[in-house]
Design a protein around this ligand. Structure first.
Ligand code: GLA
Length: 722
């Protein structure tokens, strides 16, 4: 008997660059994914169909049940479903079949499915970004029936996972300790992260990365997934007992939160997925490229990212015109280009307990308004940034006194205290209108260039009129940001939530920068920034030089180390400059100058993390085309050997030659000499090495003190001699 004759008309391929998604979507059948990963250019559709067949196995159904886009309950699959919806307890066994397939471009497809018995339609939008090659998937659930449809769970897609990927990385963390990777083996059963905090959260960043046993930063298969959403979420990886594994991500809906009236639709947040056969750094690069293209509405590349000065750790709530003018002058003198006036400039806000919500300038602190500050900034050619926390209100505020009913809450439940503030109910249009008008008035009056948009508490009782409202609240926040951006097209925004509590790809459609952590401790920051780099590009990651003695950890670091750590990101300063020594200020000035010299590379290059022992945190940014690069190597702990390991670089052209120099610290003092620093004149003209030697042999590191960081520069050269 020859192979079965399989009709291939139902096979659809969408592709961009090296990435391909192959579907089997025959009209009247359940749609399924045949392949997602590297393009299978030599493979015919019928080969793929044959290779995707599965036999039945004893102890289960008499026929193998194929997976589908949502693994619906009505199909008879035993594993967790991607769709839970019902009408008052009936019509829950959905089974979706293809109605139509629309492909208007080679990289995207729309698959419309329906279940007439359950009276639902689901429209899957699958799109491979032509630049970054990441897959974006959403599903839109439509109630085609005559009565209400309650939606309990709707994943964007059930994406089958390559069986070689056996380890799962997720991210946990806390305030001042975000983006801590944690790894678990992928097992039969379910790995589930649920976030009910009403914001993206510090402890469950909505991203997962799967890798094979032999995957490293620059080699091996890997796949990464994230949910572009700033509200509640559920991430799950389900290892079915038939050997298949699926990834699902979606919005965690609270009881009754999503009730669709006849004709109404619900669209999931986007699942964004990247794959690579070339290691973890490569999947991150794909996420980075996607973020750079879409963040801030896609306008990130218009101008260099200005160096920030942020007032928070310099003055906290101790505001006043004279003091602030002094800070403006100091910040300008050292090289800052944007001045962000943080919390404390408005209403009766003298500490955390009051004034939040009263968005007018505190006249007793600023009798002349903010004009003198705005004017001084313009004289220095600096941009003006202002802090807002639009979604919140202190009970001790004029706003709350006037509108005590404007907050989210559950009747008869006392609000959980959290930073002395309540959450405004943004699902009420009058609340959003009020915020829009107040913020727009200030932005207009002072020609504000930048908003630091903060959000400092979880939503413990997120109900509006008794109904769960995180979905509506999250959409309303996006809507308010979009409305402000529409009115002020040049206005930039930073997303902050007690540090990195809202740094996801959903808010990044509106924001231009994220504040990664309130913790400016350089040692902790090396780890937090490395964790974040799995997902976020350096160009949008706020990194600040903090005070000599860190306010959060009380650790004391050299200015060289603090600066080196902040150079690799959207650099800023957040310290009282008058407390620093002249020598340290000079070091800082030189670090800012160095950042400016190289920021095009830092913000536009390919980010490569290096595999090192745990006492080092090392990575590089390599220019597109690999003609130049910077590498950072921080020593974050001691080591058992007398000398540290050699540093194997990555991402270079093996055949190309590079002039290697050590550019930071620029006043490098050896612990022992000579090391390569002296023998290869790395502080002077440097020496020329092949990319091959730098990557395969590696650089012998000099002895380094813990809490220090070396920055190497590589420039491609035609010379092959030293
Ligand atoms: C949060 C932010 C900080 C700062 C304070 C102000 O904690 O993360 O950067 O803006 O609020 O209250």
């Amino acid at each position: 008997m020859g192979p079965m004759n399989l009709g291939t008309a139902s096979v659809r391929r969408i592709a961009a660059g090296e990435t391909e998604l192959v579907l089997d979507a025959a009209r009247g059948s359940r749609p399924r994914i045949l392949h997602w990963g590297t393009v299978l250019s030599e493979t015919r559709d019928d080969e793929l169909l044959l290779l995707s067949s599965r036999p039945w196995a004893h102890g289960g159904p008499d026929v193998a049940i194929p997976a589908s886009f949502s693994n619906e309950l009505g199909a008879g699959l035993a594993g967790p479903t991607g769709l839970l919806a019902h009408r008052d307890g009936r019509h829950w066994a959905t089974c979706l079949t293809v109605e139509s397939v629309e492909q208007d471009a080679p990289h995207r497809v729309r698959v419309v499915c329906s279940d007439p018995r359950a009276a639902v339609r689901v429209i899957y939008n699958l799109d491979i970004d032509t630049d970054s090659q990441v897959l974006s998937a959403t599903s839109t659930l439509e109630n085609t029936g005559d009565d209400d449809l309650a939606v309990d769970w709707c994943a964007a897609l059930c994406l089958p996972l390559d069986s070689r990927l056996r380890t799962l990385r997720s991210f946990t963390g806390r305030w001042a300790g975000e983006f801590q990777p944690q790894d678990v083996p992928i097992f039969r059963g379910s790995f589930v992260r649920e976030n009910r905090r009403g914001r993206t959260s510090h402890d469950s960043f909505p991203a997962l990365i799967a890798r094979a046993d032999n995957t490293a930063e620059q080699s091996g298969p890997a796949a990464a997934f994230q949910l572009a959403w700033s509200g509640n979420h559920r991430l799950r990886v389900d290892g079915h007992n038939d050997g298949r594994t699926f990834v699902q991500m979606g919005e965690l809906l609270l009881p009754g939160e999503m009730l669709l009236a006849p004709g109404e639709r619900y669209t999931t947040p986007a699942l964004i997925a990247a794959h690579s056969d070339a290691g973890l750094s490569h999947v991150s690069q794909r996420f980075h490229a996607h973020a750079l293209r879409h963040a801030g509405g896609g306008r990130l590349h218009r101008k260099p990212r200005p160096v920030h000065y942020n007032t928070w750790e310099a003055v906290y709530f101790d505001h006043g015109e004279a003091r602030l003018l002094e800070l403006v002058d100091q910040a300008a003198a050292i090289g800052a280009e944007r001045f962000v006036l943080d919390d404390g400039w408005f209403g009766s806000r003298r500490d955390e307990t009051r004034g939040l919500g009263d968005w007018w300038v505190a006249s007793e602190r600023y009798p002349n308004g903010l004009d003198p500050i705005a004017q001084r900034l313009r004289e220095h050619g600096m941009e003006f940034g202002l802090w807002f926390e639009p979604e919140m209100v202190n009970p001790d505020s004029d706003l709350f006194r006037a509108h005590p009913d404007w907050v989210l809450g559950v009747d008869a439940l006392v609000q959980v205290p959290s930073r002395h503030q309540y959450v405004l109910d943004l699902t009420r249009p009058e609340v959003v209108d009020h915020l829009y008008e107040r913020i727009a008035a200030i932005v207009e009056q002072y020609d504000v260039d930048y908003i630091k948009w903060d959000m400092n508490r979880d939503l413990h009782h997120p109900a509006s009129d008794g109904h769960a409202a995180v979905h509506g609240q999250t959409r309303a926040v996006y809507g308010l940001m979009a409305r402000l951006r529409e009115r002020f097209p040049e206005l930039e925004m930073e997303s902050c939530a007690s540090g990195g509590g809202r740094a996801d790809f959903g808010v990044l459609r509106h924001a231009d920068r994220v504040w990664l952590s309130d913790n400016n401790d350089a040692g902790d920051r090396q780890q937090i920034q490395r964790g974040a780099s799995y997902v976020l590009p350096l160009a949008i990651t706020g990194t600040h030089v903090g005070p000599r003695e860190c306010h959060i950890t009380r650790r004391v670091y050299s200015m060289a180390y603090r600066s080196a750590t902040a150079i690799f990101g959207h650099m800023g300063l957040e310290l009282d400059l008058s407390e620093e020594t002249d020598a340290d200020l000079d070091t800082l000035r030189r670090a800012i100058a160095l950042h400016k010299r190289h920021r095009e590379l830092i913000h536009g290059g390919r980010h490569v993390r290096l595999d090192t022992p745990d006492y080092l945190v090392a990575f590089g940014v390599v220019a597109q085309g690999a003609q130049s690069a910077l590498f950072s190597c921080a020593k974050v702990a001691g080591h058992a050997t007398t000398l540290p390991t050699e540093l194997r670089l990555a991402g270079l052209e093996p055949q190309r030659h590079y002039r290697l120099r050590l550019i930071w610290p620029d006043d490098y003092a050896p612990i022992t000499a000579p090391s390569l620093v002296e023998t290869a004149d790395l502080l002077g003209n440097g020496s020329v090495f092949s990319g091959e030697a730098l990557m395969r042999h590696g650089i012998p590191l000099p002895l380094m003190h813990p809490d220090s960081c070396l920055v190497f520069h590589l420039a491609g050269t035609d010379t092959t001699s030293a």
